[in-house]
Design a binder for this molecule. Sequence first.
Ligand code: GCO
Ligand code: MG
Length: 412
Amino acid sequence: MKIERAEVIVTSPDRNFVTLKLTTDDGLTGLGDATLNGRELSVASYLSDHVVPLLINRDAHRIEDTWQFLYRSAYWRRGPVTMAAIAAVDVALWDIKAKAAGMPLYQLLGGASRNGILAYGHASGATTEGLFDSIRSHQEQGYRAIRVQTGVPGLNAIYGVAANRTTEGNKGKRYDYEPAQRAALPAEEDWDTRSYLRHLPTVFEAVRGEFGPELPLLHDGHHRMTPIQAAKLGKALEPYDLFWLEDCTPAENQEALRLVRQHTTTPLAIGEIFNTVWDYQTLIREQLIDYVRSAVTHTGGITQLKKILEFAAQYQIKSGIHGPTDISPVGMAAALHLDLAIHNFGIQEYMKHGEKTNATFQQTFTFDDGYLHPGDQPGIGVELDLDEAGKYPYQTAYLPFNRLADGTVHDW
Ligand code: GCO
Ligand code: MG
């Protein structure tokens, strides 16, 4: 079974997505997600200019060999662009292999370890009242675990807080947060860590007071704190029993997590900007985190993320696969097959895509009563409608960035 055709499709139904479509000589097709938020065209070029020509006539069954070939023969290893490109090839090949086997992908990964995949949604509000409404709205949609982000007094736009805006393609009230904005330049937001640290525990106090002790609550620090600030926040949040505190500090310096860990029992989740197992080496071996946050899309695909999660399993560290709207339905479906098969599943992030996206990417995965399931169609269960995709050309869009009160650029 040889790869006969490889196409890179860039489309922007509700937001930009980059998809790789492989077709074999016996007519099977496979899809892989290569979307890198705000830097989409770089991966599209990496694929079209440097990877597609290498794929033609390769044996579509040789997934591990293709992965190693793309990783090692480039010489320039790792990095988000390279690893998103490799991920797209990897997932497309798994999709093809599963279709050839006549099975949903999770069967090839060992079969189901559970009946459904617990998902968490994004609730947010500029005020406590808005936040409560958003949490209730998520519970009504079936979510059984909820991420809580709020405004901070004195700060205007900040990470994670949706303005309940009605956007084109997302009609009606929308409580989910979509950080990238279609504009020629990145939006500027403001930040003050001390105000945030003072305010956040009061928000969790209010949420626990309103919603009780059972509801699993999560929070994303989005890389804003120094290790000692993160330690202080983790400690302050202990009474509210968080499911996890995410990206409490930038983790390029993995050793920084030792300090956080020494001071708090709040569970820690890290990894959405990581690309390979090497980014986790110290974090996993020294048990400095509790959840691996990588996306299939940004971590070299199923092949690499499965290895990371198996390494993590030896240390009782679980999965928390990244699933914001910038992961396409293809990347989400791939994650769901992995979630269903692995033993050390923790939770899956799930933000719903807009209507145009769902019409462009036809999906078999379901969300019922708080649990996701990838469906039982052979492959990963997503097909791309090229006519729909063709209606929405790429639009320039960027993630925002942060400045402190004195104008210093801070971590966003
Ligand atoms: C999350 C993430 C996202 C990212 C976004 C960047 O936890 O879902 O932090 O909100 O900011 O995916 O592309
Ligand atoms: Mg995050």
